[in-house]
Design a protein around this ligand. Sequence first.
Ligand SMILES: [Zn+2]
Length: 197
Amino acid sequence: MAKKSKAKNKKASGVKSSKAKASRSDAGSKWPLERQVFFRPNRKKYVRKEIKDSGCVFCRAAEAAPSAETLCVFKSKYTQIVLNKFPYNNGHLLVLPLRHCGDLLKLSPDEYTDLHYMIRLAVEAINAVYQPTGLNIGLNHGSSAGAGIPDHLHYHIVPRWSGDVNFFPLIAKTKVVIETVEDSYKSFEEFFKGVES
Ligand SMILES: [Zn+2]
């Protein structure tokens, strides 16, 4: 109670402690404004360029066997797990239906169930290979929500570690990704060797 009234007095006198300031600024750096996350993805132009040049990259990956070339590392009956060519962090995976579909509500019950089972499998793979302390798991549904390839649904799963930087610097490419996508592929390939499709 004594602590509370002390804080109240400080507030009333307009004095802001340096501790309070530090805590507010920490909160800001850990959880950036949504618009910073969704409306400035400068990597999007690269993804879109890829669509124009060669059709849907996800469909191409779906048609072929898993390979380092397409970055697809695992397939089930309805779903594939693909490495993000432009990772936000080491081990960034995408989980998506094999079928070209941009609307979650248009997936069949089997496709939907399998997709979510595979999200769980991708999390297991990331945990086994990278031992992150946290994960960002998300779906940008539609181009206005920030989807790079809006016509082909894809969940992002991004490994996180305490003390790594927030999403905005990652998207703005100020984060140093210490591992090549090729090396990440090899690590995941090893994990998925032991998994039945
Ligand atoms: Zn597609």
